[in-house]
Write a protein that binds this ligand. Sequence first.
Ligand code: NAD
Length: 296
Amino acid sequence: MKIAFIGLGNMGGGMAANLVKAGHDVAAFDLSAEALARAVAAGCSAAASAAAAVAGVDAVVTMLPVGKHVAGVYAGEVFGAAPAAALLLDCSTIDVATAKAVAADAGAKGFAMVDAPVSGGIAAANGGTLTFMVGGAAEAFARAEPILKAMGKVVIHAGDAGAGQAAKICNNMLLGASMVATAEAFVLAQKLGLDAQTFFDISSKASGQCWSMTSYCPVPGPVPTAPSNRNYEGGFAAALMLKDLKLAVEAAQGVGASVPMGAQAEALYQMFAGLGGAGKDFSAVIKMLDGSWAAA
Ligand code: NAD
């Protein structure tokens, strides 16, 4: 299949490489010459523009930073240059309103489109083990599934246009709030004289158990693979968690949903980013809560 891939950054680079490995002919474009050169080294062909990349393709995949980039690339380049039979897949994490608007525009121009944001970080993008949450019509999902399977291990149809983005931000709002709550519990436990490992052994088998504790413990020791054991490097950056929390709170305001825990998590990650923590793994928020961040 001939596929255009636009946005070859931290995530898109590995995803495009996996499409090549699956035997697809991938035409790549990125505003960054460095990102494009990496894609070419992985077997993609370089296009001079997004419009040039999408000419004559069967499918277009985008992996861009935020909604305005996605809206700009589709309206400015893709819609005017891609064949109407091409399937459009946006894998970026963007706001639900923009995802729905771009999909509606695509539909009006005769294109089938899905929003297919991912769960899993750079390692999963490189390893082809991402989870895709897909929004769009059933026929579009059926066409998207084999393409997404070349880049991930789990592909789930979440519902109509925008439903993939909705699933992604609801999940990450839960994750952000549960990480803050887990971190608070460890800080309090230690201040009350409990050893962190002992508290983990108890709570991971009791009703406080959650993924933030058992798979991603913010205290070093109990979960050896967690970023807390690597000075909070190389995981899911607090800046990206903050982005997703902002999207969730904004979406909640749009539909009148009450999300006080999500809003509080957003405020705490905003504060942590302001203290210089944006580049650290999001579990490092425990350092702000226990007062040791300055020394981290
Ligand atoms: P990134 O900034 O590394 O990559 C984005 C790429 O898009 C850059 O190379 C940039 O040059 C390119 N770009 C921007 N505007 C463009 C345009 N108009 N035309 C062509 N290229 C353009 O970002 P990333 O980490 O790869 O993340 C991409 C998306 O995936 C984001 O929406 C992010 O929230 C989401 N995401 C990231 C992670 C992660 O761990 N990094 C995890 C899950 C989801």
